[in-house]
Design a protein around this ligand. Structure first.
Ligand SMILES: Cc1cc2nc3c(=O)[nH]c(=O)nc-3n(C[C@H](O)[C@H](O)[C@H](O)COP(=O)(O)O)c2cc1C
Length: 216
């Protein structure tokens, strides 16, 4: 896991096919879902193209502490989730850089998750606004017919917010609300985050052991 900068191939044997996934973190509550998802993807050896909005950065610090600030994120993930996260590669982009690699459909980024997704960014994705890199990369996923998972968090929801979720679903995104379940018997906040992260990485096509499958 190299932190900011181009792919160095660190942590992978030569000849391995790199799976590349974009992750957007926006200013909705639920920073724990975001870091758990990024850690799970990295542990699969994935290259994670990470974009954090200004309010997403604030949420990381406010909900997880200074150690989870963007600059220290690689170390934070390794400390919290183990050295296995170093199997992947973390590339950080500025949300203002709408000319970054993931802003183009020609870049081989197979899918994207926006977790958590604020109502503002949800609206931007629903209406194809592409005002920021997160919105543009999401637009690219939709136009290229690649998987896009949006994880909205708000309650209660207004009619425009509900309509924006429908618009995202109609455009081809998977709307996966931040709604952890209780049938697994969660005891900690990490258990709840594991459940949500497991749902997200499953939707992106990655194996995981974040929660046991329901067997009836
Ligand atoms: C502490 C805090 C918690 C917030 N929680 C939410 C939330 O759960 N859902 C939401 O849609 N917006 C929430 N907001 C508001 C968004 O952060 C705000 O609309 C922001 O402009 C979103 O911008 P972004 O999508 O570029 O991150 C929160 C803001 C703060 C400061």
């Amino acid at each position: 896991m190299s932190g900011k900068g181009p792919d160095t191939g660190a942590g992978r044997a030569s000849g391995d096919v790199v799976r590349r996934v974009a992750v957007g973190i926006t200013g909705a509550s639920g920073a724990l879902y975001a870091v758990r998802t990024v850690a799970a993807l990295l542990s699969c050896g994935t290259e994670v193209e990470l974009v954090v909005s200004e309010f997403g950065r604030r949420l990381l610090r406010e909900e997880l502490g200074e150690a989870a600030s963007l600059d220290g994120l690689p170390e934070y993930l390794a400390t919290r989730y183990g050295e296995g996260v170093r199997a992947g590669n973390l590339v950080v982009h500025s949300n203002r850089d709408v000319g970054a690699s993931i802003a183009s459909g020609s870049y081989p980024c197979e899918s994207m998750a926006i977790v958590p997704c604020s109502m503002k960014t949800l609206a931007g994705v629903a209406h194809g606004l592409s005002r920021t890199l997160i919105e543009r990369a999401a637009d690219v996923m939709l136009k290229e017919r690649r998987p896009l998972v949006v994880v909205p968090r708000e309650t209660p929801m207004s009619l425009p917010q509900l309509r924006n979720m429908v618009a995202c679903a109609e455009a081809g995104a998977m709307v996966l609300p931040a709604m952890p379940a209780f049938y697994q018997g969660p005891r900690t906040l990490d258990d709840l985050a594991d459940f949500m992260a497991g749902k997200i990485v499953s939707a992106l096509g990655f194996p995981h052991e974040l929660y046991p499958p329901w067997t009836g």
